[in-house]
Write a protein that binds this ligand. Structure first.
Ligand SMILES: Cc1cc2nc3c(=O)[nH]c(=O)nc-3n(C[C@H](O)[C@H](O)[C@H](O)COP(=O)(O)OP(=O)(O)OC[C@H]3O[C@@H](n4cnc5c(N)ncnc54)[C@H](O)[C@@H]3O)c2cc1C
Length: 278
């Protein structure tokens, strides 16, 4: 199928993009890499009156380290991160996540901001950045607000973006030198979306464990204090202390009713914990 007709604008800067969005009645869609929006247009799952193409906006490709955070413009591509073209404060964690998204053609065009805005529960950044404790800068004509990635995705293809807002940047805190990172996913075929994701950021010195279970057909399940999965406290032996039965009970309580699905999610989470412990 072909998309329904739409008007198309390619603004010169972010201000012009926000103005174009504000000055149009009807359905407006931002286009970044087009990797998710393109198929949705072709299938006529969306039929916008106007597409505002932000892919060329230099402001949204800007990257800087500021106040202990890596600030990544929304239009930085997965490939930019995979190839190390931007700085890294996560000791390689983001690079590894980026390199396992889909396949290279998708990574060349797909953007970090587009991936989060699309809010697909199976998307890698949705879970990985929630585990890394990242926040988003959301820009509108009236100003900028910050939202934690963990609060941004509120359901399948549903985000906290308000009309007239653009994701401007992703702010990723520097990973402590004592922190351990683990990320695992299960895909039926290489390059496909995951049907289970586990992400953990464990800091034995700080006795903290941030745990995310993703690809659950809704917003990822984020456990900011995951000590209960490790016998109640985080020690250097956390890899062996991981308790699959407690994890299973936790996921059941979080609403995962199907025991087979829980089994897969717990197995993937165990792999993420093992990676962090290795
Ligand atoms: C075959 C295939 C396999 C894939 N496999 C994976 C995978 O394994 N893991 C994974 O994580 N992803 C996967 N993806 C998705 C890919 O990562 C895309 O990058 C991502 O879904 C969308 O990014 P984009 O920049 O192309 O956004 P677009 O497609 O341009 O936009 C997606 C949505 O976000 C909105 N949007 C885009 N940018 C912004 C912004 N800055 N502010 C506000 N709204 C915005 C758009 O309006 C649209 O609704 C796959 C895609 C394809 C086509």
């Amino acid at each position: 199928m072909k998309p329904a007709p739409f008007a198309y604008e390619r603004p010169a800067d972010l201000g012009a993009a926000l103005a174009a969005m504000a000055g149009t009645d009807g359905v407006i869609k931002i286009m970044a890499g087009g990797q998710s929006l393109g198929p949705m247009l072709n299938l006529r799952l969306v039929a916008p009156d106007l597409i505002v193409d932000i892919a060329g906006l230099a402001e949204l490709k800007h990257v800087e380290v500021s106040g202990g955070e890596l600030v990544i413009g929304a239009c930085v591509t997965h490939a930019d991160i995979e190839d190390g073209r931007i700085p890294d404060l996560t000791r390689g964690a983001m690079q590894r996540v980026a390199s396992a998204i889909a396949y290279r053609a998708v990574r060349n065009r797909g953007t970090i901001g587009g991936s989060l805005s699309h809010a697909d529960p199976s998307a890698d950044w949705v879970s990985a950045l929630a585990a890394l404790g990242a926040t988003l800068s959301l820009r509108s004509r009236t100003g900028t607000r910050r939202v934690a990635v963990a609060d941004f995705v509120i359901g399948a293809l549903e985000s906290a973006l308000r009309p007239g807002e653009i994701v401007e940047a992703v702010r990723v805190p520097a990973m402590a030198s004592s922190a351990r990172w683990g990320y695992a996913k299960s895909c039926r075929k290489p390059g496909e979306f995951a049907h289970a994701i586990g992400a953990v950021l464990i800091d034995v010195d700080a006795a903290t464990a941030r745990v995310v279970v993703g690809a659950v057909e809704a917003a990822p399940i984020v456990l900011a204090d995951g000590a209960e999965l490790f016998g109640g406290r985080i020690t250097a032996d956390f890899g062996r202390q991981f308790d699959a039965r407690v994890a299973d009970a936790f996921l059941a309580k979080a609403g995962l009713a199907n025991a087979t699905d829980r089994h897969i999610h717990v197995a993937v989470l165990r792999r993420a914990v093992a990676e962090a412990a290795a």
